[in-house]
Design a protein. Structure first.
Ligand SMILES: [Zn+2]
Length: 109
């Protein structure tokens, strides 16, 4: 079947890309995402008309891109000021809520 040879081709490509390491300048996660969507597209082509499979694959790709982008943004916001080197708590207003509170108490007494 045509699909079997297509899947075989993608498997070869998959291995080839991983042997490339980061020479292409891509993020590996990006490659994985693209390959995942391509596999999905090939799978859908067995059931759906190719044009629908392509449209759905593109929608899924951008959907995941937007989702990952938002997650990254949220993570950067929550870790934007870094974490305390001593206890690992989130830094708020350049102060650790745990360690700086303790040292403040020590300074008072
Ligand atoms: Zn701390």
């Amino acid at each position: 079947m045509v699909y079997n040879s297509l899947i075989l081709l993608w498997q070869y490509l998959f291995i080839a890309i991983f042997n490339f390491k980061d020479e292409l300048g891509f993020e590996k996660r990006e490659i994985l995402l693209i390959l995942g969507v391509l596999f999905l597209m090939i799978g859908m082509m067995a059931i759906l008309a190719p044009i629908y499979a392509v449209i759905i694959a593109i929608l899924v790709y951008f959907g995941i891109r937007v989702f990952v982008g938002r997650r990254k943004k949220q993570l950067l916001q929550s870790l934007g000021q870094g974490v305390c080197a001593i206890c690992g708590a989130k830094i708020i207003n350049n102060k650790c809520p745990n360690c700086d509170a303790i040292s403040d108490e020590n300074n008072k007494s």
